[in-house]
Design a protein around this ligand. Sequence first.
Ligand code: IPE
Ligand code: MG
Length: 233
Amino acid sequence: MDGNGRWAENQGLERLAGHKEGAKSVQDIVRAAREIGLEAITLYAFSSQNWARPGAEVLGLMNLLRDYLFEERPEIMENGIQLRAIGDIEKLPDFVREPLDSLRNDSASNDKMVLTLALSYGGRESIAQTARALAEKVASGEMKAREINVESFGQAMPTAHLPPLDLLIRTSGEQRISNFLLWEAGYTELCFSDLLWPDFRREALYASLEEYKGRKRRFGLTGSQVESGDLAP
Ligand code: IPE
Ligand code: MG
């Protein structure tokens, strides 16, 4: 979700006004995703690197997150959305972590859609943490080094609860991944939108999904193998 700051600057407003408007896009996109019937959506709300932004902006973002958790709670519960989080959650201030933990617990058995918030999240960080956890299991004898493979590594990742990542959308015209789901995006379709995140509303999501539908996914196979049927992993 990129481009809140530029959106605000374009309007002659403070950056925080862009983050506020961006929260409206979050609401609209999550609603649309649920209505379409998407199984899961993961939002990159705050990166491990975002902590280095000016203190006032970090605090403003944390306040918005807390507001989001309180304001969206009824809709999340009423619509059977399961809220999850990935990232270094323990780094979040108590006034965010507490409502987050409470909504994660209360929505744990909801099964209509999984909404995962990536908070204090970095793709490299999550791979390194998983590698460390597996190394500790090997060191303690709980696991053998030869048991580490793509399958078991993926199962140890914080995103193991999610289906394979089909589509990754980056807004604001930047064509980079910026430390988002690096491991998970191995065979993901990438879609870049020139819209700034506050302007990215449901019509833009529909357009990205249309673009995705036109992609031919081969997963390393040849086109004719895929066309002939059941060889895709
Ligand atoms: C939102 O956009 C991303 C967050 C960190 C919340 P930015 O704040 O990165 O906006 P730009 O890139 O400065 O326009
Ligand atoms: Mg940015």
